[in-house]
Design a protein around this ligand. Structure first.
Ligand SMILES: Cc1cc2nc3c(=O)[nH]c(=O)nc-3n(C[C@H](O)[C@H](O)[C@H](O)COP(=O)(O)OP(=O)(O)OC[C@H]3O[C@@H](n4cnc5c(N)ncnc54)[C@H](O)[C@@H]3O)c2cc1C
Length: 466
């Protein structure tokens, strides 16, 4: 098989294909494998957010009885250097894995030439220097990923930023307007606020992190405001202009009033567009809707032998772990192995802000919409001893369950280590666990995970620590 795109979706598919004994070619236009996730997405942002966490701890060193810190200073260049070293290490790791699995990697721009001829597809590959070659394969997987959407008329530069430019700023901005309060916008807002930047968020929808349970959005807004982040929801951005020293954003606020916000930089984080133009799908039966590819439960497109995985797939959250799993599904189908289609209601979502969010399954509103008789439990981290130990009491765990059999339908966590804690909940949903089963599942003490135990108990009004 041939895979176009070496991000988490594409490289996972390549490795799994080799594990199944398939002959695999992986084509990527970039000099480095890893895609958005490794080069300008998940990994660099989480690296910087970890720096922010350490910085935050240092501000409170005295509280923990640690003296001699004085006034910590931030060496931003060193912060970026560490981030870049992490990326390089993992790019090398991927190169090693490609060699280990004897995957033929080709650097160049891949394009399908059309439908298969006698069951064989052809991918035309053009290198940066213009050399053209061809890769033939029985099956082709499209894994070309996505890029940041900009507002109409805007071009990214050193002041109007997307996730790419903001990751290489040579200085911390004094002020930043973030347009869009999804995970990407919220994470950069959190990161720069920790380092002292004045941050204002403009979100068109009525709440931040709009895919999350409403109570999570509410708590997030409260805690961001407490951190000095300005949160404007229901805000419709009208124009973004450059001024002498920065940028000026005009918007209509939730009351319909015209407002102006000036800052040194603006981050546009209003979603991501699938990279599906100019990859040859127009010459095939592949169905593309609003830039995203329609697939069936085996990740097959309407063109026989052509699959699509990762961020370019319609109706799937654009997340690295969804991309890699969709790659594993596609390859299992190609290799004639058993596979389990991706269940949309069992995809964890993590936002690595301060406070963190980890969630899986149905929100309370979604569960009600689906006709469940919903029973909810909620436990605040304030009642958890480990949260006191780590000095972070903000947030809660919320359980959404079905009253009839007690099946757990959704778990929504905001607070310390939420992005790690959610793993238990994903397993619970995957195994169709009930509130009763989880109430009697022993959780080690003292752990943040015990807040889940108390949250399961709270569904029956039987939390111990609250
Ligand atoms: C700032 C930011 C933070 C994020 N944080 C997280 C996170 O914490 N957790 C999470 O799960 N997700 C996160 N994401 C989302 C995640 O990065 C994407 O969901 C993931 O990278 C998608 O993987 P992919 O393989 O489909 O596409 P990509 O990672 O975009 O990879 C696509 C690859 O295809 C190549 N390519 C494109 N067109 C062609 C062509 N025609 N020929 C050859 N090669 C081509 C590109 O060079 C690229 O290497 C984040 C995204 C951003 C922007």
């Amino acid at each position: 098989m041939a895979i176009i795109g070496g991000g988490p979706a594409g490289y996972t598919a390549a490795i799994r294909g080799a594990e199944y004994g398939l002959k695999v070619a992986l084509i990527d236009k970039s000099d480095r494998l890893g895609g958005t996730c490794l080069l300008v997405g998940c990994i660099p942002t989480k690296a910087l957010l970890f720096n922010a966490e350490i910085w935050d701890h240092l501000q409170h060193a005295a509280e923990f009885g640690i003296g001699g810190i004085g006034t910590p200073t931030l060496d931003w260049a060193a912060v970026l250097k560490r981030k870049d070293a992490i990326i390089t290490k993992h790019v090398k790791g991927l190169e090693f894995l490609m060699r280990k699995h004897k995957i033929a990697t080709t650097k160049g721009y891949g394009r399908l030439t059309g439908p298969a001829v006698d069951g064989v597809h052809t991918v035309e590959v053009t290198t940066a220097s213009g050399e053209v070659s061809q890769v033939s394969a029985k099956n082709v997987i499209l894994a070309t990923g996505s890029e940041a959407k900009l507002l109409p008329g805007l071009v990214a530069d050193d002041r109007i930023l997307t996730n790419i430019e903001i990751l290489s700023l040579n200085q911390l901005p004094k002020s930043l307007v973030v347009i869009g309060a999804g995970a990407v916008g919220m994470e950069f807002a959190s990161l720069f606020r920790t380092f002292g930047t004045e941050v204002s968020i403009l979100e068109f929808l009525p709440r931040v992190v709009p895919v999350e349970d409403e109570e999570i959005s509410k708590e997030m807004t409260r805690l961001y405001k407490k951190r000095g982040i300005e949160v404007n929801t229901g805000a419709k951005v009208e124009t973004v202009e450059k001024t002498e020293g920065g940028v000026k954003v005009t918007y209509t606020d939730a009351n319909g009033k015209a407002q102006v916000k000036e800052a040194e930089k603006v981050l546009v984080a209003v979603g991501r567009a699938g990279l599906t133009t100019n990859v040859g799908v127009d010459k095939t039966r592949v169905v593309v809707e609003r830039g995203l590819v329609k697939v069936n439960e085996a990740q097959e497109t309407a063109e026989p032998g052509v699959f699509a995985i990762g961020d370019i797939v319609a109706g799937m959250p654009q997340l690295a772990h969804v991309g890699s799993m969709s790659g594993m599904v596609a390859v299992a189908k190609i290799a004639g192995r058993k596979f389990r289609p991706i269940r949309h209601d069992r995809i964890p979502g993590c936002t690595y802000t301060e406070p963190q969010i980890g969630s899986v399954g149905l929100t309370e509103a979604q569960a009600k919409e689906k006709g469940h008789e919903v029973k909810v439990g909620k436990f605040p981290f304030a009642g958890n001893a480990k949260a006191t130990i780590v000095g972070n009491h903000d947030g809660f765990v919320k359980i959404v369950s079905d009253a009839k059999y007690g099946e757990i339908l959704g778990v929504h966590i905001i607070g310390p280590q939420a992005t790690e804690l959610i793993a238990e909940a994903v397993a619970v949903l995957e195994l169709e666990g009930t509130v009763e089963e989880m109430m009697y599942t022993i959780h080690a003490h003292p752990t943040l995970a015990e807040s889940l135990l108390d949250a399961y108990g709270s569904v029956e009004g039987m939390a111990i620590n609250a």
